[in-house]
Design a protein around this ligand. Structure first.
Ligand code: LLP
Length: 418
């Protein structure tokens, strides 16, 4: 059963009738579901355990949605965090995620960020260059600490995904090549106040074809063995996709399939060759939160230019960027079910041609004031938004399990920007 579907012609998101919410709150707004979020996290985490993966640690990729209330829910469920800035680190700690469950990724960590993370004693720095390691080692010495280091390996694989969100090859700024990982281990001066405790890969996002994931885990295993260090953990990154388009539903890897694939490759390339049993770390973002959120908009007006029917809505690319920057498909569902009669370009108010949520999309005839939902917008939605065109950021709402509707981020008034 889908979490977003019609019941008696009314669009319902995990038991919440959207039209009643849209009557109470001014659009546009994001609406999240505690129930879906919880279900997604638990399916992921239980799946890892069921596949026999060792002491799995799920570090939610905060960049996908750092909303405080959502992170609090995940913290209570036992989640860790994958962070890329001191802002995300403070948010994770503030929401109750312990430092010992936090991994810090990113190619551009600043000295201030590193110092703060050292002070908090995070689980690991997922290091993306040798110069970064030098700096961490130096700062650890100054603060009389021993930094826990995980090298993010660049496994040189080519995942099948949009090129803007592919990260595991030589031309990408991410990760360190095998040779540089192994060479650095010989240089004792890099390790006076640092210790290699893990190895990680993250090859890209929105992955539905898992062949490259398998190859990356093979490379991770091989190089982990070549380090000759008893690593505490192997971090297989995030990247597992969701079915944004109905055609993707058939090829969508189930969590059990994904976990079995991780286990199979670790078994074949690591466990069968050593007695070491490092824990397995995951960094999922999208798979946990994309389907736990929708974006509710109102129709402002229709505009028909010869064969082009524009449906102009009050949400814009500043609120939700994915269609504009990746040409991403997202479902569009009117809050009241009706027969599709027109093919529309659904566009926002922003002065950019790419401010378009869908082109030639079959939809019912809608008029000013009707509500329309952009589906699967819980991940990389609000977190990538901006104030472009001097628009305030939208409201975020959470439908709690007890059916209470909670404002989890007030809308920003444009006046605050003046
Ligand atoms: N770990 C690292 C090191 C990452 O860079 C990312 C995402 C993740 C984990 C989580 O990946 P996920 O499980 O969410 O695929 N804005 C793009 C996605 C960018 C992903 C960046 N890194 C989008 O909207 O498709």
């Amino acid at each position: 059963m889908k979490d977003l579907s019609y019941k008696n012609k009314k669009l319902v998101f995990s038991k919440t009738d959207i039209s009643s919410v849209a009557k109470k709150f001014k659009t546009p707004f994001f609406l999240y579901s505690e129930e879906v979020l919880t279900k997604n996290y638990e399916t992921f985490s239980d799946g890892a355990k069921a596949a026999g993966l060792i002491d799995p640690l799920v570090c939610f990729a905060m960049k996908s949605n750092p909303n405080r209330e959502l992170v609090k829910i995940l913290a209570k469920l036992g989640s860790g965090a994958d962070i890329v800035s001191v802002g995300e680190l403070k948010r994770a700690l503030g929401a109750g995620i312990p430092a010992k469950k936090i991994v810090f990724s990113g190619v551009g960590k600043t000295a201030e960020e590193i110092k703060f993370a050292l002070k908090k004693e995070i689980y690991s720095f997922n290091v993306e260059s040798i110069e970064e390691l030098e700096l961490i080692n130096h700062l650890a010495k100054k603060s009389k600490k021993k930094a826990r280091i995980c090298f993010r390996l660049n496994p040189v694989v080519k995942p099948k995904t949009h090129k803007f969100i592919s990260t595991g090859n030589k031309t990408h700024k991410f990760g360190i090549l095998e040779k540089d990982v192994l060479d650095s281990l010989k240089n004792k001066s890099l390790w006076t106040h640092s210790r290699l405790v893990g190895l990680s890969v993250h090859i890209g996002s929105q992955l539905l074809d898992l062949r490259a994931t398998g190859q990356a885990i093979k490379r991770l295993s091989e190089i982990a063995l070549k380090t000759n260090i008893p690593l505490e953990f192997l971090d297989v990154g995030g990247g597992l996709g969701v079915d944004y388009h109905p055609d993707e539903s058939k090829s969508l890897p189930q969590i059990s399939e994904y976990m079995n694939l991780v286990h199979k490759h670790l078994q074949q390339h690591f466990y069968s060759k050593t007695d070491l049993r490092p824990r397995v770390v995951f960094e999922p973002g999208r798979r946990i939160v994309a389907k736990a959120g929708i974006f509710v908009m109102s129709v402002l007006r229709n505009k028909v230019s010869e064969n082009n029917h524009f449906l102009i809505v009050d949400g814009g690319m500043n609120d939700f960027m994915r269609p504009a920057i990746y040409g991403a498909y997202h479902g569009l569902m009117p809050v009241k079910e009706a027969k599709n009669e027109v093919r529309c370009h659904v566009v926002g108010p922003i002065c950019e041609t790419t401010d378009c949520f869908a082109s030639d999309r079959p939809l019912p005839k809608l008029k000013a004031g009707d509500h329309l939902v952009l589906a699967d917008t819980g991940a990389y939605g609000y977190s990538m938004g901006s104030n472009y065109n001097l628009r305030g950021r939208p409201l975020e709402l959470l439908a709690k399990k007890n059916k209470e509707l909670k404002v989890v981020n007030k809308p920003q008034k444009y006046e605050e920007l003046l």
